[in-house]
Design a protein around this ligand. Structure first.
Ligand code: AMP
Ligand code: MG
Length: 463
């Protein structure tokens, strides 16, 4: 396990007093380690979990060549340019049943969508393209069709090519090939794909356990009587929502007042129970120093000023697990003992976020979320930033990354444009509700003029 100092030494331009957002991400990706324990879960429990093994396809999907249309199947080599093709209908193939007969040259098979294409037939003409002619069979039944009438179809020239409307065996998934990869986050589409392979259970990494608490003497828990100078705790609720959306197990440790004994107890409970700890407040310069002092005492922690807005101060590192063996009351530790995680068995990763509600959310999205995904064993890349034209001028100083809350919409010409939500104060939480994304003004970027393209990080599915 690398120490904070040794990670810092690996990074070029590491300056804890003016860290760039890129360096923060680079630091965190070196600090955190993925969980190592895994478990098997049923398909309904697998949504949002991360695969701990490749899923190899036990079958091919589709399992046979089959028809993509309701129509007539035939051997496409008989199609000739500029000439119509007339074929005798030998029977009907329905989906779900193999058709047992033979179809030779000059013949075809009426076929329904999804029905197996018999060997030798590689082309389907949709029924609406053909002219059908029926002939009554004199003296009884036609031996090849078994009915009292024979049907013929005529396919007009130049409407079809050999191979059209055939779904090929294995065109979705091929037997023996990986259908899903280790590290993939299981989405609704992935659940459907597992089911299409007949797979009921998958092996996933255990859920990440994240403990969090808010700090500050002025922070009221819900239900407490309002008093002058105090504000209700909002950070625990946004953090709860963000973590739950990410698929983490959450451990809520409440509001902790600025008192060494209370802070120490909270950190130790958090470290004992969780892989990661998120705190808010108490890391800025003007603070009564108890939170920072306790982080230093109980772990290996760096205190940063990040070149960003909002969210300058942040503490990052590890809080060591209490070796005295005292299991905190009410929290089950080591509930997973198959393959215990070496990283989380000695220390929990600490993300000490600033106190301001918008700064908490922005630092979570920019830094904590990617680090937690890595801890969850996910190989997901950061979602791509979109480009939108700014509807207003934006003032921006080069040398820091700014995240402005924005509303992205579609312009008449189909392109995207974006405007800010107005007041960008780091305590204005209503702007996070109003916005549907963050305008990301990068480290070296300067002022933005009306009509300039800016990068936007959309909230969809995240916030
Ligand atoms: P701090 O980083 O502790 O100096 O806090 C910065 C600002 O955020 C102060 O105005 C705090 O009152 C506010 N703040 C801190 N924690 C919370 C919280 N949990 N909920 C709402 N506001 C908070
Ligand atoms: Mg505070």
């Amino acid at each position: 396990m690398k120490t904070i100092d040794s990670i810092a030494q690996e990074l070029e331009g590491y300056d804890p007093q003016a860290l760039s957002a890129t360096t923060v991400n680079a630091f965190l990706s070196r600090l955190v380690e993925p969980v190592t324990a895994h478990e098997t879960v049923g398909i309904f429990q697998a949504l949002g979990r991360v695969l701990s093994q490749d899923v190899v396809s036990p079958i091919s999907v589709p399992p046979h060549d089959n028809s993509a249309m309701d129509g007539y199947a035939f051997d496409g080599s008989q199609l000739a340019a500029h000439a119509p093709l007339t074929l005798k209908v030998m029977g009907t193939a329905l989906a779900g049943k193999a058709w047992g007969g033979l179809v030779g040259p000059g013949q075809c098979l009426k076929i329904m969508t999804g029905a197996i294409l018999p060997t030798g037939l590689d082309t389907v003409v949709p029924q609406e393209f053909v002219a059908v002619r029926a002939e009554l069979v004199e003296a009884g039944t036609d031996p090849s069709t078994g009915s009292g009438r024979t049907e013929f179809i005529t396919i007009p020239p130049n409407i079809l090519q050999a191979g059209d409307n055939r779904r090929k065996l294995g065109e979705d998934l091929l037997q023996g090939h990986p259908a899903l990869q280790k590290g993939e986050l299981l989405t609704p589409a992935a659940l459907g794909l597992l089911a299409s392979l007949g797979i009921k259970q998958v092996s996933v990494w255990r859920r990440l356990r994240v403990a969090y608490f808010s700090t500050g003497d002025e922070i009221l828990s819900l239900g407490e009587a309002p008093r002058a100078g105090a504000v209700f705790d909002s950070n625990r609720y946004t953090v709860f929502g963000l973590l739950t959306r990410l698929g983490c197990e959450v451990i809520d440790l409440g509001v902790v007042r600025d008192e060494p004994a209370l802070l120490e107890a909270a950190f130790l409970r958090a470290a004992a129970a969780a892989d990661a700890i998120i705190t808010s407040g108490g890391v800025s310069v003007g603070e009564a120093d108890y939170t920072k002092a306790m982080m230093k005492k109980l772990g290996d922690v760096a205190f940063w000023k990040i070149a960003m807005r909002p969210g300058r101060p942040m503490a990052v590192g590890r809080i060591l697990k209490d070796k005295s063996g005292s299991s905190p009351r009410g929290i089950s530790v080591n509930s997973y003992n198959n393959n215990s995680n070496p990283a989380s068995s000695t220390a929990a990763v600490l993300f000490g976020l600033p106190g301001n509600p918008v700064a908490v959310m922005v630092t979570f999205l920019a830094f904590v979320r990617p680090a937690l995904l890595q801890m969850m064993g996910s190989t997901a890349k950061a979602p791509p930033l979109l480009k939108a034209r700014s509807l207003e001028p934006l003032r921006k100083k080069p040398g820091r990354t700014e995240y402005q809350r924005g509303t992205v919409s579609t312009a008449a010409d189909g392109s995207l444009h974006v405007k800010t939500t107005g007041n960008q104060g780091s305590g204005v939480l209503s702007s996070m509700v109003q916005a549907n994304g963050l305008i990301v003004l990068h480290h070296t970027q300067g002022d933005v003029a009306v009509g300039d393209e800016v990068d936007v990080m959309m909230f969809d599915g995240v916030i």
